[in-house]
Design a protein around this ligand. Structure first.
Ligand code: GLN
Length: 288
């Protein structure tokens, strides 16, 4: 009997510790799982004296990874506040569904890796839904159509893919536009340099180090039309190609199904009530 009590007490201590760790550690896969399973055993006792057990069980703070500079989807304002279509859609969906989250602007490739390693629960980063990625991620419903393009100096003499023969171009790690560039490199005879962020990649073209860069069309068009970069589009992937796929919110395959479901439900609600259009129009109206 004594032994059993002792074991029970230590099990309870482990469960209690798990709750504390889960509460401190945010919503990573491990902590949210621990939180869910430990709340069952601890709830009777805790809820008898206080209702905080229920609160802590439902108060998972999901960690959502995003890109650092990918306007108009995510970018920092001068004071460091993150804004953009993805940022506002996520906020609207979370409000609609009543979940808490922390935003983690890591960069695109790093954001995907954070989700795969369980350091983040989800990613919203203008992430193209592809069959290959579906092997490692579960995607939400598509929320924005996109394709990829190449851009060069507005005033330079590069105006087509043919002009890239023998030149070097800038691409962004782990992106669809990088895959598109790779599929064209032999045919058009160019080499590639890889960058982690879009802004640094554009600067390489502006500085004259790269003859062109490869990027998502909505993002490149936005940068050009807002006057942020002195570049021009020189080519775009066919809209029926494998490179023209829409964006989705993603979680690690087989994990965070509840979060994914909430995203889909919230997305549907904010589309139905006009919030989705309001958010998108706020950012892309001027671009036309
Ligand atoms: N849509 C592209 C992709 O998923 C690029 C995303 C990004 O750079 N944030 O690969």
């Amino acid at each position: 009997m004594k032994k059993i009590t002792k074991i029970a007490a230590s099990l309870f201590a482990v469960a209690a510790l798990a709750i504390v760790l889960a509460a401190c550690g945010g919503g990573s896969n491990t902590s949210s799982n621990t939180e869910a399973s430990s709340s069952g055993s601890a709830s009777t006792e805790a809820s008898a004296s206080t209702s905080t057990a229920t609160t802590s069980a439902s108060a998972t703070t999901y960690r959502i990874a995003t890109d650092t500079t990918f306007a108009p989807f995510e970018y920092a304002e001068a004071d460091g506040t993150y804004v953009g279509i993805d940022i506002e859609l996520l906020a609207a969906v979370a409000k609609d569904q009543g979940f808490e989250y922390e935003l983690d602007p890591l960069g695109f490739d790093a954001a995907l890796q954070a989700v795969q390693s369980g350091q983040a629960d989800g990613v919203i980063a203008g992430m193209s839904i592809t069959d290959k990625r579906k092997e490692t991620f579960d995607f939400s419903e598509a929320y924005y159509d996109s394709t990829v393009c190449a851009a060069a100096l507005a005033t330079g003499d590069i105006s087509s893919l043919e002009d890239l023969a023998g030149k070097n171009v800038a691409v962004k790690s782990g992106t669809m536009s990088q895959s598109w560039a790779e599929s064209l490199a032999d045919e058009y005879g160019f080499t590639m340099t890889t960058f982690d962020t879009s802004d640094v990649m554009y600067q390489d073209v502006i500085a004259g180090n790269s003859a062109a860069c490869f990027e998502d069309t909505p993002v490149m068009s936005y940068a050009i039309s807002t006057g942020n970069v002195d570049l021009k589009l020189i080519a775009e992937a066919d809209s029926s190609s494998e490179f023209a796929t829409p964006y989705g919110f993603a979680v690690n395959k087989g994990n965070n199904a509840e979060l994914l479901q909430m995203f889909n439900d919230g997305l549907k609600n904010i589309k139905d009530n006009g919030t989705y259009d309001e958010i998108v129009n706020k950012y892309v109206q001027s671009v036309g």
